[in-house]
Design a protein around this ligand. Structure first.
Ligand code: 2HG
Length: 552
């Protein structure tokens, strides 16, 4: 069998009490879960949110767009000139033809030799597929699976025969997994499936109920912290300081799958945690690699698919490439499996590569979350993005500073003996001399100090508080300019980071200005405040947060 021989990732079963606090729970399982990169979380049996997608009119009338995946080409294919379509391509054309899985048999098992596709199909990427309602997609997915395994199971039984008999042979998850990797690793046929992936829940719909103004009709799950519409911004998640509704990060995405539809090896943007919930349907098989082995996986991918990476160095960002867990394992990369069933969560940890496929018609929803221990991973991500000249999805510095400000506000309240609001996350507990938040700020301040020292010849000027309301980024490396930026008289609308002052323009240094949000001295006060120095807490509270102590 082609089923990879790998170990399972752990399963966690929180008690009702533990389940009340997702951030606390994630924090408690992290030491064990991070050794695997992914894990399965089975909610207490009483937690059964209704799925709004199943309501009749929605199920039958609302259409979503799919992408076409050539499963046999996810690992073995010829490099092409065209870039793969990025993951969140918004506008897709409607395809006229519905295709069933096995289109035609090929004489050779070596896919690299294939040249029987048309010009349009020659370029690899996930092309846009048909639009479906959930009802239509279920029918399509079920027929595909029946036909596929009917053929596999008993040597090409005609579809009419399959339809007559209610059940011929239902493959097990293990059998589907073996067949999946056979198709990916040594295909003999072309296998094409459709996947309703990355559907923006604000456009389509979330499977969870949303908070509405009509509190009478309120489903109690509307307020649940495990409702993925709420999770990213619950107290204790750094993303609670994100004000923009970033699709796929704080606004969940929905995934409507069929047998063999795949998500290829990738890490989350900014190395965030991800939480995935399956609303209904057949299992989703996941593979995960611990965050500590991310570079090992990247090296193994490059070594085993050299021609694809030669042509496209950022191939892993495109999410269109699969590599067998067995190959990864043979390269010394630890890989673990999770089989996710309806009603269960899968958590991926920072920088943990993951991939997988669906065993049949199903529907899942996913979003990101950021407990404070994510901060050093997020910092690492933006440094790599800068090197790779990759655009960011969030302003890491803005979130970091907002979190620090909230922590100082709480420390200040304590000093002034003001009772802080109940139920609010105690950011103050992440402070102190060696606290996670203190350390994250200290690392960032040290980097900032070094960068400003390297630009000592520039004149410095404090930036307007709302300088980055337009999300400024370095024109060269796209580094976020929340903390500092450089501009020049010659081109007032062009900005760069402190690393690219020389690339901004050819003007003399005295024409350029460095804008900063906080002086190094101010940042020193912030660090001292987070470490617990009361004078610094008062100073930061008064000057930067505008707090006034009631007792004077
Ligand atoms: C992700 O990894 C999603 O981005 C899973 O959580 C994707 O279910 C999928 O296809």
């Amino acid at each position: 069998s082609h089923r990879p021989e790998i170990d399972d990732a752990p399963i966690f079963t929180p008690t009702e009490e533990e389940f009340k606090d997702p951030i606390g729970y994630i924090t408690s399982i992290r030491p064990q879960a991070e050794k695997y990169g992914i894990c399965r979380i089975v909610p207490p049996s009483s937690w059964r949110p209704p799925c709004s997608l199943k309501e009749k009119t929605f199920w039958e009338c609302t259409e979503f767009n799919t992408r076409v995946q050539q499963v046999d080409k996810l690992q073995n294919r010829e490099p092409t000139k065209k870039k793969a379509q990025p993951r969140a391509q918004k506008k897709r054309k409607r395809r006229k033809r519905l295709r069933f899985g096995m289109t035609h048999r090929r004489p050779s098992a070596n896919t690299s030799e294939s040249s029987d596709c048309t010009d349009a199909e020659e370029k690899f990427g996930f092309q846009s597929g048909s639009d479906f309602t959930l009802e239509e997609f279920q029918k399509y997915a079920d027929e595909f699976k029946q036909q596929y395994f009917g053929m596999k199971g008993s040597d090409e039984i005609p579809l009419s025969e399959i339809k007559k008999k209610k059940k011929i042979w239902q493959p097990s998850v293990d059998e589907i997994e073996g067949e999946y990797w056979r198709i990916v690793v040594c295909p003999t046929d072309e296998v094409e499936v459709d996947y309703g992936a990355d559907l923006d829940t604000s456009m389509f719909s979330s499977g969870f109920s949303k908070l509405s103004s009509d509190s009478n009709k309120q489903d109690p799950y509307g307020l649940s912290c495990w409702n993925l519409n709420n999770l990213p911004r619950i107290p204790g998640s750094v993303l609670s300081f994100e004000t923009e509704d970033i699709s796929g990060v704080v606004v969940p995405w929905l995934y409507v799958g069929m047998c063999f539809s795949s998500f290829c090896w990738h890490v989350e943007d900014h190395f965030l945690y991800s939480m995935n919930y399956m609303h209904f349907g057949e299992p989703k098989v996941w593979y995960g690699v611990p965050g500590a082995d991310a570079v090992k996986l990247e090296e193994a991918m490059r070594k085993n698919l050299p021609r694809l990476f030669e042509e496209q160095p950022d191939l892993l960002h495109e999410l269109v490439t699969q590599l067998s867990p067995s190959v990864l394992k043979s390269e010394g990369v630890p890989v673990y499996r999770v089989v996710q069933n309806p009603g269960e969560f899968v958590l991926t940890l920072p920088r943990a590569y993951h991939s997988g496929f669906n065993c049949g018609f199903n529907c899942a929803e996913a979003v990101n979350v950021a407990p404070v221990d994510w901060l050093p991973h997020g910092q690492c991500a933006i440094e790599l993005y800068r090197e790779q000249r990759r655009k960011t999805s969030i302003s890491h510095d803005k979130l970091l500073l907002k979190t620090a400000n909230e922590a100082v506000r709480q420390l200040w309240m304590n000093l002034c003996d003001c009772k802080s609001e109940q139920g609010v996350y105690r950011w103050q507990d992440t402070c102190g001399k060696n606290g996670m938040l203190t350390n994250a700020i200290k690392t960032r301040v040290k980097m900032e100090e070094a960068a400003r020292r390297a630009n000592a010849l520039l004149q410095y000027k404090k930036m307007d508080r709302d300088y980055d309301s337009a999300d400024r980024e370095c024109f060269s490396c796209f580094y976020d300019l929340h903390l500092s930026a450089v501009s020049c008289q010659c081109s007032p609308n062009r900005f760069c980071c402190l690393n690219h002052t020389n690339l901004l323009c050819s003007c003399e240094m005295d024409k350029k200005v460095a804008l900063f949000r906080y002086s190094i001295e101010e940042l020193g006060t912030l660090v001292a405040a987070l470490e617990g120095d009361p004078t610094a807490v008062y100073q930061w509270g008064q000057n930067d947060l505008g707090l006034v102590c009631p007792s004077g």
